[in-house]
Write a new protein. Structure first.
Length: 402
């Protein structure tokens, strides 16, 4: 593991700022009635227009400012030269544009780039950009830590602190896009965003949806719907809710082909077992005729990588427009799991392919900077004990349902 040089930058006192406000979805009323300035990163186009209306400004003024932020990476109102001086002065008084603070960044030999971004005085998250020949993918976080405690996941071992605000989510994309010199529709370096970093995105629903709206807006990042992917551990009711409000690609952290094993790897499975999860996926797919749902399956040596597991997986996948991503496990300090051998992974893939289940093996990227899948850590102060509370509640719910 790499020790981040930025770790000393954190407040050692344990008295970081109150972050409660940033766990809420943005609200125009809140932003205008409190003394704190609204951060424009917290708003999608609709929200921004409402905010500008409260300032007595026309919607096209909001659109102009949005373009300065996401197409030109400008955060200083004074530099927005096609906006009149009076409005620039008014904006400087009333609102601000504040991206996350880059504490540390690092590039792997394969070009993978990782940012450690400070989210408040005590916590940091990582965002990772993975360049490939025909595309560039940014992996983004939605929470500081994660309360779902999947046993094979590095983030899951760190506990949970809080949800990220919409500004903190889209801010990760903005920092990467600025670094890359990405210009939507002209010089596209960032082609895909995957909500697969720290956290369960569907537990931070409103802020994630707002941020994904900006990613897909022509005045924002201008990404096609299918190039924005939300990955969930399987919160069934929220998959249905997502289907109603956002047209994005869906990925599911499956990792096991039967309930007994999945409940061990992904405790959330005790609440939403595989059959219910797949039914929700089928409903999600039914709304989008050409969509394919990606099922992520981390290959754990001797745990879920046997031929019988592949055969069970085939039965599950037959019901859906599905693609399976086999992910070689990336070990982290303290884990009890190891990576399946390359030959085992290829044999597992062949069983699926022979049954006409589209199956890819994900290449491991950024190994030398701990940026590979499942290795994202950041710095999480689990001062709330919400992870333990969540697991206790899950056990109670399951006992009650039995
Ligand atoms: S795999 Fe996803 S949902 Fe599970 S602990 Fe890790 S971040 Fe949370």
């Amino acid at each position: 593991m790499i020790e981040h040089p930025a770790q000393h930058l954190f407040d050692e006192s344990g008295t970081g700022p109150d972050t409660s406000a940033s766990t809420r979805a943005p609200s125009v009323a809140r932003s205008m009635l409190t003394t704190a300035k609204a951060n424009l990163f917290d708003f999608d186009r609709k929200g921004l227009r409402e905010l500008f209306a409260q300032l007595g400004e026309k919607p096209y003024r909001a659109d102009q400012v949005m373009k300065w932020i996401y197409h030109r990476h400008i955060t200083d109102f004074a530099a927005m030269t096609d906006v009149g001086k009076a409005l620039r002065d008014k904006l400087s008084e009333a609102v601000e544009i504040v991206p996350p603070n880059t504490l540390f960044e690092q590039q792997a030999v394969d070009g993978t780039h990782k940012w450690l971004l400070g989210m408040d005085g005590r916590n940091a998250i990582e965002a990772v950009f993975i360049p490939e020949t025909s595309r560039g993918t940014l992996c983004v976080s939605s929470q500081i830590g994660c309360g779902l405690a999947c046993t094979f996941c590095s983030t899951g071992t760190q506990g949970f602190n809080r949800n990220l605000s919409a500004a903190e989510i889209i801010g990760q994309v903005w920092v990467a896009a600025k670094h890359l010199g990405n210009v939507p529709h002209h010089q596209r370096k960032l082609t895909n965003v995957v909500m697969m970093g720290m956290g369960e995105p569907l537990l931070n629903f409103d802020n994630v949806v707002t941020a994904m709206n900006v990613m897909r807006d022509d005045l924002g990042l201008g990404l096609a719907n299918k190039r924005v992917t939300l990955s969930t551990a399987g919160l069934v009711p929220m998959i249905d809710k997502l289907g109603e409000v956002a047209d994005v690609s869906l990925a599911v952290s499956l990792h096991a082909p039967n309930d007994e094993l999945r409940s061990e790897l992904v405790p959330l499975n005790k609440k939403y077992p595989i059959a219910e999860l797949l039914e929700a996926c089928a409903r999600y797919a039914a709304r989008r005729p050409r969509t394919t749902i990606t099922f992520e399956y981390t290959m754990l040596n001797g745990v879920n990588d046997k031929p019988e597991h592949a055969r069970q997986l085939i039965k599950l996948m037959r019901r859906l427009p599905a693609k399976v991503n086999l992910i070689p496990f990336n070990a982290f300090h303290g884990t009890r799991y190891t990576r399946s051998d390359e030959g085992v992974i290829r044999a597992f893939q062949k069983i699926l392919l022979d049954a006409d289940v589209l199956t890819m093996v994900r290449r491991t990227r950024g190994d030398d900077i701990d940026a590979a899948c499942g290795q994202l850590k950041g710095q999480v102060m689990d001062r709330t004990r919400r992870q333990a509370e969540f697991l206790r509640k899950l056990e109670r719910d399951v006992a009650h349902a039995a």
